[in-house]
Design a protein around this ligand. Sequence first.
Ligand code: HSE
Length: 408
Amino acid sequence: MAKIAVLGYGTVGSGVVEVLSTNSSSIATRAGQPIEVKSVLDIRDFPGDPIQEKIVHDIDDIVNDPEIDVVVEVMGGVEPAFTFVKKALDAGKSVCTSNKALVAAHGPELLEMAKERKLNFMFEASVGGGIPIIRPLNQSLTADEITKITGILNGTTNYILTKMSKEGSSYEETLKEAQELGYAERNPEADVEGYDACRKIAILTSLAYGSTVNFEEVTTEGISKISTADFKYAEKLGCVVKLLATSYRRDEKVYVITAPFMIDSTHPLYNVNDVLNGIYVNGNVLGNVMFFGAGAGKLPTASAVVADVVDCVKHKGTNVMTVWAKTKLELGKTDDEVREFFVRINGDASKDADAVKAAFGDVSVITVDGIEGEFGFVTGEMTEKAFNEAAKKFSVINRIRIDKTILK
Ligand code: HSE
């Protein structure tokens, strides 16, 4: 019998307890022994709930318990999670976490601590919820050099953008509805400003290239400036707008960005809708592979956490190597990236088209019935720097990058 502790009895923590109970028999077979939750750390009490007899309020009750082999950290946020995880590793316990803020900020340090102690630090649930993506990058795609990762990594924003696209509703009303349904937090900033997706692509990119992406250096734009008008233009172009988190290697540099992109129906992520996530990975020998599914939610996230627990139990006394060094990965400048841009400017298409063509080349002007005093166009491929220079001459309402991810 392997005994574990869970730090945090919130949505994911209670999901972990539920999954271990629902699938106890198949999990025991796969782990080689039954797995039992011995203690749950929470500041709250749960009177009347059977979990109450396992609740402890002091982390030391867990780290000093020699029976506990694995600690599940599902509290979220960097502190006190970081301190508690270090204590657990120091006490000889492997750790599994769903906490992307912790992993993005301290992943290599915690991996190193686990390795030195012949333990494991696993974080499958930190990116893509229930979708396996960390283990594939770490174990299944090791024959490949990863050339590009393109992800829809945030369910909240994907829900909002899908609704806006399908129902023509405004950003504000859709966000409010998402909050009422529990898909968006009362303070939605981390999701809608792209910070959550930015940390997730930082983790995936660090694993793909073996050294650390400092998420604070990643160009990050959210969806709060996307309007219903943008979707009307997108529809005319046969496109949708998605919050993409992407990274790719070009000329020994890695370019990482989280921002809204327009993608057309040939794009593999075009049909990844609602709260679902999708991750499209290009490898130099494999070609293309796509991961798709529930990127958040109690049971999907708990499924990934419990799979890590099973792996820790199976590998007791052995460190499963994860290559992610503390060395900083040098990122290329967004200014040097080359792509097409969709642009909306204030003006009159019949009068201003010549000036636009003089600045951006032979572009076709797009107008949308019912939207007055402005027009749109799609540029040819150009660097972001050249785009910004040319755009200075105009009153730009919005510009959305275009992703054509299929690599030849
Ligand atoms: N807020 C996140 C999302 C939860 O919407 O995807 C999973 O990390």
